[in-house]
Design a protein. Structure first.
Length: 164
């Protein structure tokens, strides 16, 4: 049986921390569907189309990875895609409560879908899309935290010139 995991998130934008989880997830699962929640009510910096493009550009051509978007319940999407696992990264203790709540809710909604957590690599423990956006907005150096294509797009969005 093919072991497929769904890796859901906002990915606004994708960071090196996300890529680390995806690459390590490939050691456990045969296929990973990286999927973006398409929620028009949530204000994001990048559109769903931009976020999909940034993910695809950052991941390159890996046969076992698919990039997609969804709306509605995550467990319904996972079932539709015949995935039995939800993959999530866990950073510091501050993530725990939110992740625990979400995993328990998803389990209550569908007992066939298991949530699997990977601890974020030490290098990315303080990396989050929100903090990166804030730093980028004021011209901060975010080069080591995001793929080059994301760095370029953030600089374009905030009107800062690329540093040499
Ligand atoms: O990257 P994020 O914003 O922490 O990801 C959260 C996400 C998108 C995985 C979560 O909000 C989600 O799946 N929402 C879809 C609606 C749903 O299924 N809710 C029930 C579980 S909380």
């Amino acid at each position: 049986m093919k072991r497929t995991a769904v890796y859901p998130g906002s990915f606004d934008p994708v960071t090196n921390g996300h890529l680390d989880i995806i690459h390590r997830g490939l050691k456990i699962f045969d296929q990973i569907i990286v999927t973006i929640l398409d929620n028009p009510a949530k204000k994001t910096l990048f559109t769903v189309e931009e976020r999909i493009w940034l993910l695809k550009e950052s991941l390159g051509d890996i046969e076992r990875i698919e990039v997609d978007s969804y709306n509605g319940l995550l467990v319904d999407y996972a079932q539709k895609r015949q995935a039995h696992a939800l993959l999530r990264g866990m950073r510091a203790v501050s993530d725990f409560e939110y992740e625990f709540q979400m995993a328990l809710m998803n389990r209550r909604l569908n007992r066939e879908v298991q949530t699997v957590f990977l601890m974020t690599g030490l290098r990315w423990i303080f990396t989050s899309s929100s903090i990166i956006k804030e730093a980028a907005q004021f011209g901060g150096d975010i080069e080591s935290m995001v793929p080059p294509v994301v760095q370029k797009k953030l600089q374009e969005k905030f009107g800062h010139p690329a540093k040499p």
